[in-house]
Design a protein around this ligand. Sequence first.
Ligand code: BES
Ligand code: ZN
Length: 927
Amino acid sequence: MNWLLLLLLALGLFLAAADSNYDYYRLPTALRPQKYYLRILTHLENRKEFRFSGTVKILIEALENTNNITLHSSTLAIDESQTTLRQISGGEKKDNCVASTEVDINHEFYILKTCQQLLAGNIYELSVSFSAELQDQLKGYYRSSYVDPAHNKTRWISITQFEPTSARLAFPCFDEPGYKAPFVITLGHHRKFTALSNMPVDRTSSHDTLPDYIWTEFQESLPMSTYLVVYSVNNFIHKLSSLNNKPLFRTWARPNAIDQCDFASEFGPKVLKYYEQLFGIGFPLPKMDQMAIPDFDARGAMENWGLVTYRESSLLYSPEYTTLMGKKLIANTMAHELAHQWFGNLVTMKWWNDIWLNEGFATYVSSLCIENIHPEWHSVELDFHSYLLTFFKIDCLESSHPVSRPVELASQIFESFDEISYEKGSLVLRMMHLFLGEESFRSGLKSYLEKYSYKNADRDDLWDSLTQAAHKNFILPKDYEIKDIMDSWIVQTGYPIVHVTRDYSARTASFSQQRYLLNTNLSKTDRSECWWIPLSFTTQEEKDFNNTAPKAWMECSQTGKSLPKTLEDLPGPDQWVIFNTRLSSPYKVNYDARNWELLIATLNSDDFESIHVVNRAQLLSDVLYFAWTGEQGYDTALKVIGYLKRERELLPWRSVLDQLNIVSSLIQPTSNYGTFKRFISKLITPIYEHLDGINYTDTTSIRNQDELHLKLILASWACPFQVSDCAAQSLLYFSNWRSAANPDENNPVPLAARDTVYCTAIRRGSDEDWDFLWTRYLRSNVAAEKQTILRSLSCTQEVWLVQRYIERIFEGKGDIRKPDSVSTFKSIASSEVGFLLAKEYFMENIELISKFYHPQPETMSEILLTLSSQIYTRKDYNKFKDFVANSKDYLKNMDQAISQALETILTNVQWMSQKQTLFTRAIEKFL
Ligand code: BES
Ligand code: ZN
């Protein structure tokens, strides 16, 4: 290229940057915010006028000369008469002002053209005043409410939810994670309220003009991204943690729920302490608040720095109403959000394409944290197993996507907070932890966090720190880079199936890898994916499942091709081998027929426990998938499953039932369902009875928490499949409750059994039973109990009750809060009778439903996926496809969910036509 062309190109780029037709989703890079002073006045007293108004003063450093200041701003009314711009340092100070402004709705930009050029190296102060309605859309700065039972009055609070791109709804700002700056926040509010924010209060003062109003000013924050800013005006009360007083740790809730804060307030400081040790870096803020918000986004919690917000059900614990599962969910959510205080808040990803760094990491280390505080919960094993189940299910779709992928639009950013970022992200980090070992993992992390504190980083920065640590500790060969290994899992979609082919006389095994795809019509040749795969294994003689370190690697060439791999010195023909000990990496393994036979023999012998429980779960899950996609037959799969009559552990059962659940909903409307029911009954009766069904008397001995968990899962199968006394026992519990003198105070149903008991009673029961439970829902003060009831009400088989329930969700009366609507609709759509009605309702009322979720119609993605999992005929596939095509306007920003839903249906259609009969024949033999 000659120099003239280069010059023209450079000039072109320069003009483009300075041009008012700037059409790029990222902010221009000429400016950088140095500090924000944010003052917000909130009106919460008059329900006819919920408003906030404010002024943001931003100190801005010019990095390049520029004629405009581009900020993010959306739905804010800006009072331009108040806008000021002045130079405050650098060079000779000149007057400056704003000549004109422009709005770019598409990119949510507010562009101020300056009177004079802003010069590189100078600092400017821009002040902008704005106001907006304090709406109830659960994002930006919004309002939430609860009923104060003492006075039967609705009380209002205000709260923010900014991640990922909603700070711009609350104040004009540089709303990208890379623009970190300290914030000085001041909140104006009626003196009867408390104001909370990221930092402790610095001072309060009276409002000049508004009587009874005060200003609460908070200390200056550490440099942070806009999405982590938080503030709230409320009349909540708090509980102080007793464990230690550094940092000051408080848990906030509406007054009537303060007695549900004990667990969270004791657990929180323990979590912080654990992370201080794990990361080797102290918690940098002087205080930590956590707050239960009555109306919170469809998700569970938000990690705002110094003030974490939660849904009530993810923070509040009641010994009488919260099950052990509920308690674990709370612990997990807290551990997740507090992990972000380091991973995400202290060190933040440069851009949203690496959101998995935040989310995958928090998901992974929260299990480590809980394992440390509650070892009896077995969190690490249980969590990663559950993530694997989800991950194997979705990442085998062609329409899945890589962990790290380019994102531009706000909707794409939002879409990235999915199972791939969370579950797959955490699984690949666990794989890395296991092949690196404790020392390299910890020291690599520490140096990464130290190096990038108060700054931004991308995954390459993390890989560098870890590679250095690994090489220093001689954990990886010098020519191995973490980046090569990890990027093969992060940048490629899907996961591999490793084929192990043994040569029994030469005592060798050769390996090949291939992406595992559920859709069997897709060609398997011509695919070019290659993963760096750690090969850990053990043999029948050795049975060393503790060693998860790779004994060899499947490598990829420079050009990304899988290199051939052979292992020697394997055992002889009478011994099995198992690869991927304890499922340390997220891939599937298929063996030759002989190895499977050897495994089946051990599984079906008294010696089955010599195979580690996680690998028993692996074998079950893999073989069932392989039967689905044809790598193995259902005969082999059923031979593996046959050993379950001896199995007493949670993970194998959870693997199998998770798979059978999919089959169940497909086969349920067919004539083969009778056989399937007998099969399930035969399969689970022994273990159900061994665990004493749904009895929870004092004499029931529950040996450990896993057993309780297994008991719950089995009950949820036993009752609908009429196994043993499950249904009868449930009905008895329920009728005892119905005849209790004061059912809101006295509930004789054992806490752990409530899910199943309520559901069964509603499935078998009358209108009165339904209304009885609905009334309990309305009167309950505990979010977890409310959720259990909402789920159970969907179990009814009465068409009109289902219909009324669906209408209640969307009628807007507010009995079912919007954030609970999706899960409620989903549970209706997953039930037998509910499915058809829900599908019908959804397709016919898509306009109404999309309005209900406005302005976040993407909330409906989950509904699409739930419906698709039960559609299985070609005709219905076409109908659904037409529906999606005709409803484009209502299904905006849901491209990912739509293609996943359509592909799921296609694979269902395939299974029904190709595998249903084979499956039924195989289970008939089992009976
Ligand atoms: N950072 C997220 C919250 C979030 C999610 C904000 C999506 C914006 C968009 C938070 O840390 C989180 O991941 N919360 C989880 C709970 C957690 C226990 C997995 C959630 O809310 O689902
Ligand atoms: Zn998170």
